[in-house]
Design a protein around this ligand. Structure first.
Ligand code: CP
Length: 306
């Protein structure tokens, strides 16, 4: 088993499938009367969050607690980071407290890779800058497999602000490893060809959402990350929504079996209409629930739980 999960590229098909299968076992066990498993009793998981998060932070905490680990939650806000303490010194402080795993979210791409040089325990990337978010990709793959029964040959459209999306990068890497056919869709300013080419040779690129929808099993909508872009990238929210927003008429262009996904947080009315987000075709809430089982599997396997 791998020691760290810094990138979806750390996962070959066998390891990724083991994580998804273990997540299914975790979901089955957690669904029964026994809510808490003793697998990581006596182990310490540190959640080290330098960027805001709702879903990822809560679900890593829930996952570690359901495995009986001790959990330390560290938020950069209100810490000695505001006094200029470096990531390395913060990491060494956590190391001194005996962290068996450090789950890190950071605005700097590559921060988990650097952290892995400074701590003895496992490092799990919970989102680094615009680079990667591998556990989001795992929970997305888990959701696709549980809803549609397979990943091999599945046609997945990832739509929107690909340029700034760590979710898109990790999903392209993981889904193509597992045999899915991925098309990234968005305006040319948010999906430059060099970015698309760098993602994977197997990835298709389209600037025309309406052309892609009828041939998609999965449509994954991305939030437009205005906080990471300059104004020149994004001329008008109304124009973006008109061309790339998933509304009810576009939902009807998708095959009847096709599902709608979104990693959250979403901007209702921009990239996704409220009626679509709340429709039975949407797996958005299911993705959040699956995130706990998937993160239980990741922590359990990385830490060699019993
Ligand atoms: N999907 C995701 O990473 O959400 P949060 O930013 O709320 O953790």
């Amino acid at each position: 088993m791998i020691k760290h999960l810094r990138s979806a590229a750390d996962l070959d098909a066998e390891t990724a499938t083991l994580i998804l299968d273990t997540a299914a076992e975790m979901a089955a066990l957690s669904g029964r009367e026994v809510k808490k498993l003793p697998a990581l009793r006596g182990r310490t998981v540190v959640n080290l969050f330098y960027e805001d998060s709702t879903r990822t932070r809560i679900s890593f905490e829930a996952a570690a607690k359901r495995l009986s680990a001790d959990v330390i939650n560290f938020s950069a806000k209100g810490s000695s980071v505001s006094k200029g303490e470096s990531l390395k010194d913060t990491a060494l402080t956590l190391q001194a407290m005996g962290a068996d795993a450090v789950v890190i979210r950071h605005s700097a791409s590559g921060a988990p890779h650097r952290l892995a040089n400074w701590v003895d325990g496992s490092v799990v990337n919970a989102g680094d800058g615009t680079h990667e978010h591998p556990t989001q990709a795992l929970l997305d793959a888990y959701t696709m497999r549980s809803r549609l029964g397979r990943l091999d040959g599945l046609k997945v459209a990832i739509v929107g602000d690909v340029l700034h999306s760590r979710v898109a990068r990790s999903n392209v890497l993981l889904l193509t490893t597992l045999g899915a056919q991925v098309t990234v869709v968005g305006p040319p300013t948010l999906i430059p060809l060099d970015v698309a080419a760098a993602l994977s040779e197997k990835t298709q690129v389209s600037f025309d959402l309406d052309a892609v929808l009828p041939d998609s099993d999965v449509v994954m909508m991305l939030r437009v990350q205005t906080e990471r872009m300059q104004d020149s990238y994004f001329p008008s929210a109304r124009e973006y929504s008109r061309r790339y927003g998933l509304d009810v008429p576009r939902l009807h262009k998708m095959p009847e079996h096709a599902i709608v996904m979104h990693p959250g947080p979403m901007n209702r009315g921009m990239e996704i209409a409220p009626e679509v987000a709340d429709s039975p075709r949407s797996t958005i809430v299911e993705q959040v629930a699956n995130g706990v089982s998937v993160r239980m599997a990741v922590l359990y396997l990385l830490l060699g739980g019993k």
